[in-house]
Design a binder for this molecule. Structure first.
Ligand code: TXA
Ligand code: MG
Length: 369
């Protein structure tokens, strides 16, 4: 199959492809998605096949507005409606009990469905024109970092899907926050650009955070409620280690937040680790913030330097993260040593993805009280 890369003027053709059960990659504000008709079990099967994704991992269903939700769910509850009104279109996915209309092939056999309305004019128009809700996981091969540019989608899925709608690099760069609305206490299953604090404020009640996110790792007995969160994810081929000074601090909406300072003790340790790897003959990289750049560029010899963004503006870092992880692969980097960041606000999502990229490998310089 030939995969066409089209711009905005390809929306009509893409809508046609969706209506006849084909696959189209679409842009969103978070990452690119791989779309098919969510109500067509055959289209969902094609999505799993194209991604190489385990079929117990449910897909997110994308809609162009709240009015499309009622027929997809058992009941649109008031709290769920409040969140949709406050954050849609935007980077928030809600899990609700599904209606009969949504086939089990789309939801990985679950009785719930994850719904999201993305903030991207091309994709909203695509959904409206095609008249179908879009089942859409991230448009990467399973296990690879999510795609933040059309080029990444092409690399992973060329020959497997009909069209990629290119709308340039995404604005946020990490996937939507997922909140489970089927529990008595709404529970965050995946951190994103909409924070637990913001969700609590709109709901007027506290939001729980899935313990698997806080643990950061698949600790014994802790199983994430979003099936996708259990897989190896977001990771480059290289072995990555996060160097941190850390203390667990109370933060609103989160029982415990990882608080990582950028300071010279961290940078020194990063250099030490990276130099040891470079000396051992491994192709090594240091991943740091702009704020740390001058420190490293002054004394770096063997390892290559990659800048993630500004520590003071986490959005500049989430936007670049998956692209940089892909660069590591392209450039044959085998070892990466990365700085760590405060996990408040958008930093919560950043540290969640960075932690996964590191396979939770951490090097703690010193604990703060
Ligand atoms: O930002 C995003 O959400 C992107 C763009 C394309 O919209 N999509 C995305 O999809 O990240 P995907 O398939 O890569 O991740 C979906 C996550 C998985 O972890 C999956 O297990 C979880 O959502 N999920 C989907 N349906 C669920 C459900 N009914 N209950 C619990 N978790 C669900
Ligand atoms: Mg994904």
């Amino acid at each position: 199959m030939e995969t066409k890369l089209l711009g905005r003027d390809g929306i009509g053709e893409a809508a046609e492809v969706l209506r006849r059960g084909g696959l189209v990659a679409f842009p969103t504000e978070t990452v690119y998605g791989l779309g098919g008709d969510a109500l067509d079990p055959e289209a969902s099967r094609k999505i799993y096949a194209a991604k190489g994704r385990p079929s117990d991992n449910p897909l997110i269903v994308h809609v162009s507005g709240i009015s499309e939700v009622p027929r997809l769910v058992k009941e649109l509850t008031e709290p769920a409606r409040k969140l949709m009104e406050a954050f849609w279109p935007g980077p928030l996915t809600l899990v609700l009990p599904k209606s009969e209309l949504v086939p089990p092939e789309t939801t990985g056999g679950l009785s719930t469905v994850a719904l999201r309305c993305p903030e991207n004019a091309v994709t909203l128009e695509l959904i409206r024109l095609s008249g179908v809700p879009l089942a859409g996981p991230s448009a990467n091969s399973s296990g690879k970092p999510s795609p933040t540019e059309a080029e990444h989608v092409y690399h992973d899925l060329k020959g497997k899907i009909e069209i990629i709608l290119d709308d340039g690099p995404v604005g946020i760069g990490v996937e939507s926050a997922i909140i489970d609305m089927t529990e008595a206490v709404p529970t965050l299953l995946r951190p994103g650009a909409v924070t637990p604090e913001e969700l609590s404020e709109v709901l007027g009640q506290p939001v729980a955070v899935d313990p698997a996110i806080i643990a950061g790792t698949l600790s014994e007995g802790i199983h994430p409620k979003a099936p996708g969160m259990k897989y190896r994810h977001y990771a480059p081929e290289a072995e990555m280690t996060m160097v941190t000074t850390r203390a667990r601090k109370e933060a609103p909406g989160m029982p415990l937040a990882l608080w990582a300072r950028g300071d010279e003790a961290v940078y020194r340790r990063m250099l030490e680790l990276a130099n040891a790897d470079a000396v051992a003959g491994k192709s090594t990289a240091i991943l740091c913030s702009e704020e740390a750049l001058s420190y490293f560029s002054a004394c770096l010899k063997g390892p290559k330097l990659y800048v993630l963004g500004k520590r003071s503006e986490p959005l500049t870092m989430t936007r670049n993260l998956f692209r940089v992880l892909r660069e590591f692969d392209r450039e044959g980097i085998r070892r990466v040593v990365t700085e760590s960041y405060p996990s408040t606000g958008l930093g919560f999502a950043l540290m969640n993805r960075l932690g996964k990229a590191c396979g939770q490998r951490e090097d703690v310089v010193h604990e703060e009280k």
